[in-house]
Design a protein around this ligand. Structure first.
Ligand code: CP3
Length: 363
């Protein structure tokens, strides 16, 4: 039972809550243990698909919202209350730690992160100083508040992976072809490696803050890494992602690794140090499991656009995902990428209920 539905006067102690969280379907699935039902959460579950989100965000810029613990807590809890998902994801953005070290960037509505002065030279690197926990006190505070509110529901912390962050920094904003990023990667491998190494340290520090404040899992979003061929990923990107995963390995919290268009990279994404590999909708989960190999759980992978189809079609497609997941060691149901902003929130609520009902079993 989550804090939001707990009857008043019945206070769980912190230790009971921590035990219940550790025993949740989500964390059990990440650890590849038997589950009472397949756990479900959605990337971008907090956000524009929810009218209550649009209402509380009115008049407050995206990055400013991320720095207000009261708003972060409310927005993070909204999809948990509404959809009964099995995990909350901390409301923030991948560029928050970069803003916190003083980079001049903003999130433009309908566009995404925009960086005033792109990072392309050795001198530019100096602007990427290390992240200290004090730079993001609001994160520590908000995670603490959330863990208290969430009861048994686990909180997922997250960060952008070095490649995806580098793509925004080098391009100066969202990019279809990542041409400046690749020009730097192929043209000046040494500068590229130093850039990714600095980003790895910032990312690791940001994940540590969230874990130390109480997050019970973390997801590394390497959303745009599918733009790379496996050999380039292994040579030019993987070492930085490995550094991030290694830095948080000691906490024992599950580490999820996600990217889009990563069919050819799935094995390497697991090898980088993930406990759970996120899969987009292009590769069925049974095939993804063969590519990832043993010892990992998988997360995914319903096409977010399917939610625009009639209910019966959504259920048919969700059933296909669940059928492909039958033989997996652990499965966390999710979309293959984030919830699209114009998605009907009721379709998401019905999907959670469908997955829970269809997979209910006794452990
Ligand atoms: O999943 C969640 O509910 C948690 C919130 C979350 C946000 N951004 C909030 C947000 C998460 C996990 C992210 C991560 C993020 N940000 C990624 C990786 C995930 C992915 O989708 O691949 C990336 C690539 C970004 C960069 C970014 N920030 C983009 C592309 C956008 C969308 C631009 C737009 O307006 O269409 C943002 C802005 C952003 N981040 C919004 C939200 C809710 C929309 C801003 C708003 O509501 O005004």
């Amino acid at each position: 039972m989550s804090a939001t539905e707990r009857p008043s006067g019945q206070q769980q102690t912190g230790r009971d809550a921590a035990r219940a969280t550790a025993d949740s379907a989500f964390l059990r699935a990440c650890r590849r243990e038997p589950v009472p039902h397949t756990p479900v959460w959605f990337m971008r579950q907090a956000g524009r698909s929810l009218p209550e989100y649009r209402k509380v965000r009115e008049g407050t810029a995206m990055l400013e919202s991320c720095m207000r613990p009261d708003l972060v807590t409310e927005i993070t809890l909204q999809p948990v209350r509404r959809h009964q998902v099995d995990a909350a994801i901390y409301f923030s953005d991948i560029v928050v730690p970069l803003k916190a070290i003083g980079l001049d960037l903003d999130i433009k509505p309908g566009v995404g992160p925009v960086v005033e002065q792109p990072i392309r030279t050795r001198a530019d690197l100096e602007r990427l100083r290390p992240l200290e926990p004090d730079d993001v006190k609001y994160v520590t505070e908000a995670v603490g508040m959330l863990v208290g509110e969430l009861g048994a529901t686990p909180l997922i912390g997250f960060a952008g992976a070095p490649f995806t962050l580098a793509s925004y920094l080098v391009e100066g904003g969202p990019s279809r072809n990542h041409e400046h990023t690749k020009a730097l990667m192929y043209g000046d491998p040494e500068l590229w490696a130093d850039l990714l190494d600095r980003l790895a340290d910032i990312t690791a520090a940001f994940l540590k803050v969230q874990i130390e404040a109480g997050a019970s899992a973390v997801q590394l979003f390497d959303s745009w890494v599918g733009a790379l061929a496996p050999a380039d990923y292994r040579r030019s990107v993987m070492p930085a992602s490995v550094k991030v995963f290694d830095a948080v390995a000691g906490y024992g919290v599950p580490r999820i690794h996600f990217g889009v268009g990563t069919g050819e990279l799935l094995g390497l994404l697991g090898e980088a140090g993930a406990d759970v590999v996120g899969v987009d909708w292009r590769v069925p989960l049974d095939e993804a499991a063969r590519r990832v190999g043993p010892g990992k759980a998988l997360q995914g992978n319903l096409d977010p656009a399917v939610l625009f189809a009639p209910r019966e079609a959504v259920e048919t497609k969700a059933a296909e995902v669940l059928d492909a997941a039958q033989g997996l060691e652990g499965h966390v149901f999710n979309l293959g990428h984030g919830v699209l902003p114009t998605t009907d929130p009721d379709a998401l609520t019905r999907l959670v209920e469908y997955v829970h009902t269809r997979t209910a079993r006794s452990v």
